[in-house]
Design a protein around this ligand. Structure first.
Ligand code: NAD
Length: 228
């Protein structure tokens, strides 16, 4: 079986009803990123940060995977599929994908707000995480998401998968958030590379990419025709 790597961003979940990051003029659901998604924001007002992620988590739990997520899961019948997602939602898993690497964490999990050297993650029951919820180390639990300015611990693993890919499918990402966006350049062994995004014409990808300028659902159907 050939190895097919999917690299998804927030556009992947747009048709499930989850806002993308940049499509709202730089605001994420009315919040400024610096207020809620940085280590400084946590230091300044951890209750506000918890509230922001609680609302996102509640929304994600209520949303369903769309048929693009399902079509990606079904690719496992023909390919060895690894999904590398920048998304913190769990819609790929809920659609049935079995190998999903969350580059920027998973909002359904929590971790210590300390250094978390053991890399221990704890499932969150329901949608709410409170500042009174403590880790075994005694510190407050925070969402398992990678904030702006933090390291991306899964980067090297993701890079390795992309370097080994026979086929790379990039979908629903503006390729503006680094270092994640740089990953597409490691597909040195791929025989085919695709980009699915309605704004594909404005995105910066090498000429070696086959461009499918469509939404995720329509674009995945087109991709399946091309792979046939
Ligand atoms: P981005 O907002 O910068 O880019 C979104 C891309 O999706 C754009 O290129 C846009 O043209 C495209 N798009 C819009 N509607 C689409 C559709 N229906 N189908 C396919 N593509 C569509 O997002 P990004 O590049 O993913 O970077 C934002 C960061 O914010 C991510 O790293 C992620 O951690 C975080 N984020 C996650 C979620 C989530 O988990 N669902 C939501 C918002 C933000």
């Amino acid at each position: 079986m050939k190895k097919l790597v999917v690299f998804s961003g927030s556009g992947m979940s747009a048709e499930s009803g989850i806002s993308t990051f940049r499509d709202n003029g730089g605001l994420w659901e009315q919040y400024r990123i610096e207020e809620v998604a940085t280590p400084q924001a946590w230091k300044r007002d951890s209750a506000l940060v918890q509230e922001f992620y609680n609302l996102r988590r509640k929304q994600i739990i209520e949303c369903q995977p769309n048929s693009a997520h399902t079509l990606i899961a079904q690719l496992e019948e023909k390919y060895l599929v690894t999904v590398i997602t920048q998304n913190i939602d769990d819609l790929h898993e809920r659609a049935g994908s079995t190998e999903v690497l969350h580059l920027h964490g998973n909002i359904r999990l929590s971790k210590s707000s300390g250094p978390n050297q053991e890399k221990a993650y704890y499932p969150i029951e329901g949608w709410e995480l409170k500042n009174t919820d403590l880790c075994p180390d005694g510190l407050v639990l925070r969402p398992h998401v990678v904030w702006f300015g933090e390291e991306v611990p899964m980067y090297d693993v993701a890079m390795q998968h992309i370097a080994e890919a026979d086929i790379l499918v990039v979908i629903g990402t503006s390729l503006q958030v680094y270092p994640a966006a740089g990953l597409i350049h490691y597909a040195i062994n791929a025989e085919a590379r695709y980009l699915i995004d309605p704004n594909a014409a404005e995105l910066n990808v090498p000429n070696s990419f086959g461009v499918i300028p469509m939404n995720a659902v329509e674009g995945m159907m087109k991709l399946l025709e091309e792979l046939r």
